[in-house]
Each structure stands twice: as C-alpha cells, then as structure tokens.
Ligand binder design. Structure first.
Ligand code: MTE
Length: 312
C-alpha cells in the first residue's frame, strides 16, 4: 500500500461534537444533494436520505470524524492512489444503478440480489464505528447498513463453506485506476465464515444518514471495524462462499506486509512501520492503538488459541 502521512488538517476542518451531531440531524432532515451543496461539502453522487434508522447498542460514542474528511480522504485505488482522488474521480463516474450482487458457491440458495432485494433483508441501522487504516490514521464513522449475517442466513451456507470472498467492481470504463496494473484487479477480500457472521460485520449502504457516496464504496461495501481498513471492500458485485482461504488483493501485492486476518494489533508491527499508535483524523496528538481496534471484548474470542503474530 502506498504510504502517505495525512496532511495536517486546518482547525476550521474540525467539527466539534455538538456541531457534528447537529449536522447529522440536518442531513437526515434534508435531501443529501441540497444539504451537502449548502454546506460546501463534497457532493453525494446518488442523493437521498435513508429515512429513520435504528440506532445500535454496538455504536461507539466517540466524536465523529467530520463528513468532509470521511468523504474527502479515501482509499479507493480504482479511482487513483492519492487520498483526494476518489472524491475527485468517483462521483459522476461510478454508475451505481442498476447494481446487482451475485451470491454463490457453497450455499443452498445461490441468488443474484438487486440493491432493493438486499435492503429488504433487514432494517437499516446506524452503526458508529472506529475505523483504522493500516497506514496509521483512523476515523469514527456513522455507517448505515445491516449485518452481513442477515444475508448469510438467507443463502444458507452448506457444510463445506469455511470462508467468504468479496469481489468488487473492476470496470476500466468507469474506474481510471483499473487501467493500470497497480493491483491485481478486481479488488478481492476475504473473511472466515464466523468473522463474516459476527454481529459487528456490516454491509453498509450509507453514512451520515445518507446514501453511500461513490468514493466510500457505493452502492454497497463491507465494514469490519476490528480489522485494518483494507478488509472493508468497496462496491461489491460478488460474494462467494468457499472452502479454502481466499487470496486477497493486498496479500497478492505484499504477502509479508498484509496477512489474511489483518486484525488491528498494536503488538505486531508492519514490516516497515510501527502499528502501536495512530492519528485520529482531526487530532494532532497521536493516540495508542487498541487491540482489535477497541473491539476486543466482542471479537477476541474468534481467535482464541491462534498465534496472532503468525496469523497476522
Ligand atoms: N475497496 C476497493 N474496492 N478498493 C480499494 O482500493 N481500499 C481499502 C478499503 N476498501 C479499497 C477498498 C482501504 S486500503 C481502506 S483504508 C478503506 O477501503 C477505506 O475506506 P474509506 O475510504 O471509506 O475510509
């Protein structure tokens, strides 16, 4: 992964918590396009409020990262490698309607879902999650989505399914980055079946109460908050239930640097830098990185008995 230090943010870019919450309420009440244009924020490509959302007891109560950073400082290599490239190139280019997600492999009920089909699987919830990138920066993001477990229940994995592979869109017409051999396209990620079924694992269709902006992985992406950000695949088109551990894009790109599990572990350094601390976007002083990104109580049990230095 290319390494860049987050540029220092201006004080004016940091939204105090009460304001951030107020902005969320405002965004909920208005159409996203109008609200965002009025605030001078990046445009959401497919405007639309997601209506009343169920809050979740699994949400963090930490200060939200401003929308401007959540939608303006991204990794989405299909649209370029600079942090500003996805916001610059994805909106307007990424066509998110119609969109289907094909679910196949070791399951009893293979099926191709439209986004509307997926939205019928479960009520949407707001989940405020800490997210930490392997590059050493972090954010707190109010995602909107539903547990991946609901989809898994529908398709009924058979006894052979041990892993789930996520394949994302790779269309050179829409995605300028895919025209270069930087990564082995399409972008692929994988989880063990029990990780995929964990209640924290989300399929996100929105953030800040609105439809997911193109640069954040519209129209549907994975969100796995206890793992480094790259496990959270964007713009998913295919979900495969498989017997063998999938080879993910970053494992292919740098097997010694990006392991399959990729759990946030401050005790395991990346070969080229420490993972002990992180910089929360909008803050100046680095904070200590927590094991499993602070979700150890909920997820450490998934890895009991495993040597997490070997299975990094
Ligand atoms: N998904 C796809 N398809 N392409 C990508 O380049 N980047 C990953 C992940 N999912 C990526 C992807 C990385 S490295 C990170 S840190 C997160 O998306 C960033 O998500 P965000 O931009 O919404 O914060």
């Amino acid at each position: 992964m290319l390494i860049r230090r987050p540029p220092d943010l201006l004080p004016s870019e940091i939204t105090p918590e009460p304001l951030a919450r107020g902005r969320r309420a405002l965004l909920k009440g208005l159409g996203a396009g109008a609200a965002l244009a009025g605030l001078g924020l990046p445009q959401i490509s497919q405007a639309g409020s997601l209506g009343t959302l169920r809050p979740s007891p699994l949400s963090s109560d930490e200060k939200l990262t401003p929308l401007k950073s959540v939608t303006g400082y991204n990794n989405f290599y299909e649209f370029g490698t600079d942090k500003e490239d996805p916001a610059r190139h994805a909106p307007g280019r990424l066509k998110t309607q119609p969109w289907t997600v094909t679910v196949e492999g070791e399951i009893k009920r293979p099926r191709t879902f439209s986004i509307d089909d997926l939205l019928k699987l479960a009520p949407l919830e707001e989940r405020i999650y800490r997210m930490r990138c392997v590059e050493g920066w972090s954010m707190v993001i109010p995602w909107v989505g539903f547990p991946l477990a609901e989809l898994i229940r529908q398709v009924e994995p058979n006894g052979q399914a041990r892993f789930v592979e996520f394949v994302t869109l790779a269309d050179p017409q829409q995605m300028p980055g895919v025209r270069s051999p930087l990564l082995d396209w399409p972008y692929v990620e994988g989880l063990r079946l029990d990780e995929a079924q964990h209640p924290l694992t989300l399929l996100a269709v929105g953030l800040y109460g609105e439809v997911l902006p193109a640069q954040n992985g519209a129209p549907i992406r994975l969100v796995v908050p206890w793992k480094y950000g790259f496990k959270s695949a964007k713009s998913i088109v295919r979900i495969r239930f498989v017997r063998e551990q999938p080879r993910s894009t970053w494992m292919k790109a740098g097997p010694s640097e990006y392991g399959f599990y990729s759990n946030v572990n401050p005790a395991v350094d990346h070969p080229r830098w420490s993972q002990a601390t992180e910089r929360r976007i909008g803050e100046f002083i680095k904070r200590k990185t927590l094991p499993f990104n602070g979700y150890a109580d909920q997820v450490a049990g998934l890895y009991s008995g495993m040597d997490l230095r070997r299975f990094f």
